[in-house]
Design a protein around this ligand. Sequence first.
Ligand code: CMX
Length: 435
Amino acid sequence: MGYVKDLFKEKADAQNKEIKSILEQHGNMKIEDVTLAQVYQGMRGITGLVTETSLLDSNEGIRFRGYSIPELREKLPKAEGGNEPLPEGLFYLMLTGEVPSGENVEHISSTWARRSHVPNHVFDVIEAFPVSTHPMTQFTAAVLALQTESKFAKAYNEGISKKEYWSYVYEDTMSLIARLPRIAAYIYRRKYKGGEHIHPDGMLDWSANFAHMLGYDDESFKELMRLYMVIHADHEGGNVSAHATHLVGSALSDPYLSFAAGMTGLAGPLHGLANQEVIRWIEDMCKELNSDAPTKAQIADYIQKTLVAGKVVPGYGHAVLRKTDPRFTAQMEFAKTHCPNDPTVQTVWNVYEVAPPILESTGKIKNPWPNVDAHSGALLKHYGLIEEEFYTVLFGVSRALGVLSSLCWDRALGFPLERPKSITTEWVKKFIAKG
Ligand code: CMX
């Protein structure tokens, strides 16, 4: 893996120099005024983090190193005979800032295949849970169990120089990403397929091997997995899973501990668990109406009912985005090619027509448009992956690519412990009184 690591180091050294000079010349430049409302309301709109791997525009959506999702689908190398980008290529792009060649991508694929062995005690930890345990709980615990393998933790314990942190974080990143599909597939087969596990196939790319271990050898499902792993990978730095990984990593907790923190955040219904919630919401609606294909009028009524009950319409809204999420659109395009007549897919499209004006009419929802989670479950369900509790684990495997490549950058750029200041309402009252 030498040359990708060397290239990353070269890029990070150059970036370090640039940041140093920016801070020397402009370190006192103000980029933000912070209001009390922002402090009380989830720090919305406060720019307070540097994340090199991707940037979110509230109207255009996510760009990875400057490339939009349609551009990535065109530019990143594909599997033989495939049309979707390989996530190995996106990882390379996020890590180095360069669009990879087919050879670069193959190199990452084979490195991950080589490093994918998961020690037995990790499976023992999974087996210790009741089978009914939520897959995200099993997944996070398995990542923590894998922490025994951390090269960073071992090296730190032995006393390495600050200048070497990045190298061990990079090694842990590569090994952790390599192992995640095996862990996730193990949890899936244990919970839903009676514990009949499928051996990895080291000749396949990362996503195809994941699909294979889950039990789906259909070529178009493998294509879906490649697309899914690309579009869920990163969404700049302030979202809960990315921010949690970065925050915990800033204490020099190793990549296994940091990623586990990110995953406990992804497991929340306002973040990654929303993909599970969307499919449940659609299924509950269909059950209540006793129909596989509710009409638009029925969907509109059900949305109103959801709002009146004081619940959120899952898959809609976003803290930063203000238009339809391009990750939703990419999945819609995939569905138009592969499964346009699927009833759940059609319901997702009907919700897309009906929901935005209703949500907008509440006058309080800042973004009435769908996010990534509004579409993903319908596609998975089409291929037979109907166990919606597992959907967030897929999101988690993909999210590793973004948050861990970012963690490599955090250590390579020598970012310090993150420690913002907090205040009390007593402090606020005194501050206001002072005028
Ligand atoms: N349905 C109903 N109400 C919604 C809503 C939705 N889809 N989206 C926002 N609102 C409500 C909020 O709950 C809030 O209500 P209160 O003022 O009564 O508390 C109000 O509208 C204003 O919220 P906002 O500023 O528009 O949205 P936030 O930045 O606070 O929250 C998000 C963003 C994603 C948590 C919210 O839109 C939501 O809960 N959506 C549904 C869950 C979801 O799809 N999450 C996945 C997001 C993508 C991801 O991370 O995976």
